[in-house]
Design a binder for this molecule. Structure first.
Ligand code: FES
Ligand code: FES
Length: 177
């Protein structure tokens, strides 16, 4: 049997460069979780529906179960582990804490990263715009109202936060967003 084709890739993840060899079929979410040990990015489905695997890829929120790791070669990735700055939660993370935007927490990393991406694009979203912006993220617990309030809280208390802002600025400077 022939060996699977592998590719050498380099990613910048949460500010740290990682070089790896990946199989062609390796998904970014599995690369992040299993190779790099960043298990904050969750897998909630195998059908691109739940959004639990959302990360920022060159400033854009993507479902990392829909991206091959090899396709992300050279990219700058921000996961939920990279949102805090100097040990302080980002405004979105703090908003979810303040407004009880989670229950079991399974969807929360994806929700927080998607909301961060939303606030990068739209710093003052209306409740309707928040619901539309997060429609790719499913939550089985909260009924969504507290999540909308969490994102509104974040919009009023610093928006996406410094780590996400810096990540987005790098992507803008590189002409990627
Ligand atoms: S695990 Fe990616 S959308 Fe559900
Ligand atoms: S808090 Fe449980 S799935 Fe969202």
């Amino acid at each position: 049997m022939s060996r699977p084709l592998t590719h050498d890739i380099e990613l910048r993840v949460n500010g740290v460069r990682h070089r790896s060899s990946v199989e062609s079929r390796r998904l970014l979410v599995h690369h992040l979780r299993e190779t790099l040990g960043l298990t904050g990015t969750h897998v909630g489905c195998d059908s691109s529906n739940c959004g639990a695997c959302t990360v920022l890829l060159d400033g854009v929120a993507v479902k990392s179960c829909t991206v091959f790791a090899v396709a992300a070669d050279g990219a700058d990735v921000l996961t939920v582990e990279g949102l805090a700055t100097d040990g302080e939660m980002s405004p979105v993370q703090e908003g979810f804490r303040q407004c009880h935007g989670l229950q079991c927490g399974y969807c929360t990393p994806g929700m927080v990263v998607s909301a961060t991406g939303l606030l990068l694009d739209n710093p003052e979203p209306t409740p309707a715009e928040i619901r539309e912006g997060l429609e790719g993220n499913l939550c089985r617990c909260t009924g969504y109202q507290m999540i909308v309030e969490s994102v509104r809280w974040a919009a009023e208390h610093g928006g996406p936060g410094p780590a996400a802002q810096a990540h987005a600025e790098r992507a803008t400077e590189a002409g990627l967003r």
